[in-house]
Design a protein around this ligand. Structure first.
Ligand SMILES: [Zn+2]
Length: 263
């Protein structure tokens, strides 16, 4: 006779009604019969069996080789049917997802290497997993953001290098807090659309008045917003020491800006 797992039992089995089998000692599965928890440093009472150890006898059914073969055959059949079902469902889903989101996948694919959110979603879509509405909206957003970045970059010219005089428009300014105190930085777009990043010169503060929107925000106490409103869109000429950004010759950092004038 055999157990359900195929282990042969030679002797000592009994009959419970028509069924052959044997009695087996069983214990609490949590503490293994100890009644105390090895997971407590002081070996506290096992919460599963309340300290009893849970000892009991269980009837284990045994099978003839023939019965076992039949059971295994049926189990294998069920397993294959289940796999076929899952595969069929997946194929149907895949077709539906591709029909519905094929265009989106097409537009997302160029960005999979650059963005883990996009690569994750595209992988799911290609494997027939339906996206949520939120995921679709987020995907569209990221695609459009990256496309715009690419378009902008494509039209950017070479950024300045070395000591030069440049003319450009301040896109934005930012206060950075570091161990050296507060530093005021600006992003300037030059006439060939390349960008440069560096300090807002002291001289520039004196040239650009705090008026209109900037004054109103200043009076309201929103100093960061006032700072941004004051300098955004200002067209400026200055000289500085430029160096290219790593892997991007359309963007430079500058040091020691001098000879400021408004254009
Ligand atoms: Zn226990």
């Amino acid at each position: 006779m055999f157990t359900r797992n195929g282990k042969e039992i030679q002797e000592g089995f009994i009959h419970n009604g028509k069924k052959a089998g044997y009695m087996e000692d069983r214990y609490c599965p949590k503490c293994g019969g100890a009644g105390r928890g090895p997971w407590f440093p002081d070996g506290g009472i096992c919460y599963r069996c309340g300290g009893s150890g849970g000892h009991h006898k269980a009837f284990v059914k045994l099978y003839t080789q023939e019965q076992l073969d039949k059971l295994n055959e049926a189990a294998e059949k069920r397993r294959l049917v289940k796999i076929a079902q899952i595969e069929a469902e997946k194929a149907v889903n895949q077709e539906t997802v591709l029909a519905q989101y094929g265009d989106l996948i097409q537009r997302a694919r160029p960005f999979v290497e650059r963005n883990s959110f996009i690569s994750d979603i595209v992988y799911k879509l290609e494997n027939g997993i339906f996206p949520t509405d939120k995921q679709v909206i987020a995907l569209e957003k990221v695609i459009s953001m990256l496309s715009q970045q690419d378009e902008k970059k494509a039209e950017k010219g070479e950024a300045p290098l070395g000591k030069q005089m440049v003319v450009g428009t301040i896109c934005t300014v930012k206060r950075q807090y570091s161990q050296f105190g507060i530093q005021e930085k600006m992003l300037v777009e030059l006439e060939n659309h390349s960008t440069v990043w560096g300090s807002v010169g002291k001289a520039l503060w004196e040239m650009v008045p705090c008026s209109g929107e900037a004054r109103r925000l200043f009076d309201e106490g929103d100093l960061d917003a006032s700072f941004k409103a004051r300098f955004r869109g200002v067209k400026v000429q200055f000289e500085a020491d430029f160096s290219h950004a790593d892997n991007d010759s359309t963007h430079s950092f500058f040091k020691r800006p001098v000879k400021f004038s408004l254009v």
